[in-house]
Design a protein around this ligand. Structure first.
Ligand code: H2B
Length: 96
């Protein structure tokens, strides 16, 4: 299924709404790295994100070492950012 990519204006609006996130150099993804108290806290957060992601069929690319979680949001079906990434970023902010 093809999903419409966000326009540059929409991406700018998203970045000001979720200021912890940065636009990747190629403009096709947003990234954020978080540090938690320990692995338990990091994995608890990841579990909440995972349940939301699967419910909405939109999944983060991520990497975890102990208390660090690196996340990249992009929409493969749009070859760039879409409203699904915006919704996932907002949801993630809500879990912090
Ligand atoms: N997650 C992300 N980040 N991008 C997608 O394009 C995507 C996804 N597509 N999760 C979904 C699953 C698709 O592969 C399934 C078949 O709906």
């Amino acid at each position: 299924m093809t999903i419409t990519a966000l326009t540059e204006t929409e991406i700018s609006a998203l970045l000001s709404e979720v200021p912890g996130w940065a636009l990747r150099d190629d403009g096709k993804a947003i990234t954020r790295t978080l540090k938690f108290a320990d692995f338990n806290a990091a994995f608890g957060f990841m579990t909440r994100v995972a349940l939301f992601a699967d419910k909405h069929d939109h999944h983060p690319e991520w990497f975890n070492v102990y208390n660090r979680v690196e996340m990249t949001l992009t929409t493969h079906d749009a070859d760039g950012l879409s409203a699904r990434d915006a919704a996932l970023a907002r949801a993630i902010e809500g879990f912090l």
